[in-house]
Design a protein around this ligand. Structure first.
Ligand SMILES: [Mg+2]
Length: 238
């Protein structure tokens, strides 16, 4: 397959994100420790997030509202204004933390941009993602920046249409099997999976390791070589 367009995920692929959410959840659990234990809090918060996703969408603002809703539910309405204020400030810190690029990202993007068009494809709060892209200093290297509400086959189809690229000429690089890899393979494109050390439960998915258009690498540094190898093989992996 001739890879023409390379899509890159942003959170936990180009820069750290999930670690900040985990840290926030730790502090949130401490705040609610007088009422419930950590495991119960995690399970309840995940349930609230799952329910709210179709109302709030992905990102830190929806997460903050879900933390508040869960705190009220788990404490039977006893959680006080001071604690709610703290939860809001956790959310603000999440939105405000500096963008820290993962090791080797700038060099990998430079390599990938040689002979390929690059598109950044990310979901989350529009405002937050735009700020992070601006702060990353990486915006210039991308031909397109797509901030989408969901990363499914329909969305990728639309992005590819707008870019004028067939799925067989597309390769997506990202940390989430569910959002970055599975829908692209389904469409007929290729995927390079670069796992991050923590994955949000909702991004888990089962993908056949032996899929001919899938490569798994340890770090973004190895992505250019993986794309080269995918480009050197036939569309069906031969
Ligand atoms: Mg990601």
């Amino acid at each position: 397959m001739a890879v023409e367009l390379i899509g890159l995920d942003a959170d936990d692929t180009l820069w750290h994100s999930e670690g900040h959410y985990e840290m926030t959840q730790e502090r949130y659990s401490e705040l609610l420790a007088p009422w419930v234990d950590k495991d119960e809090i995690s399970a309840a918060l995940l349930e609230t997030e799952r329910r709210n996703l179709k109302i709030f969408g992905y990102g830190a603002k929806g997460f903050t509202l879900s933390m508040i809703e869960t705190a009220i539910g788990l404490t039977g309405g006893e959680v006080d204004g001071r604690r709610i204020e703290q939860i809001v400030s956790f959310g603000k810190e999440l939105l405000d933390h500096p963008v820290e690029l993962l090791d080797g990202v700038a060099k990998a993007l430079e390599d990938l941009s040689t002979g390929h068009r690059l598109a950044l494809i990310t979901k989350g709060d529009l405002f937050h993602q735009e700020s992070k892209i601006a702060a990353s200093g990486l915006a210039e290297i991308f031909e397109r920046v797509e901030i989408v509400t969901e990363k499914d086959a329909d969305t990728y189809g639309r992005v590819l249409n707008a870019a004028g690229v067939e799925p067989t000429g597309f390769c997506m690089i990202g940390n989430s099997l569910r959002s970055d890899i599975s829908p692209v393979l389904e469409l007929g494109g290729a995927g390079v999976h670069v796992p991050y050390h923590v994955t949000w439960v909702m991004e888990h998915a089962e993908v056949d390791d032996a899929h001919p258009r899938l490569r798994r690498v340890e770090s973004i540094t190895d992505a250019p070589e993986a794309v080269r190898r995918l480009g050197a093989q036939g569309v069906n992996g031969a």
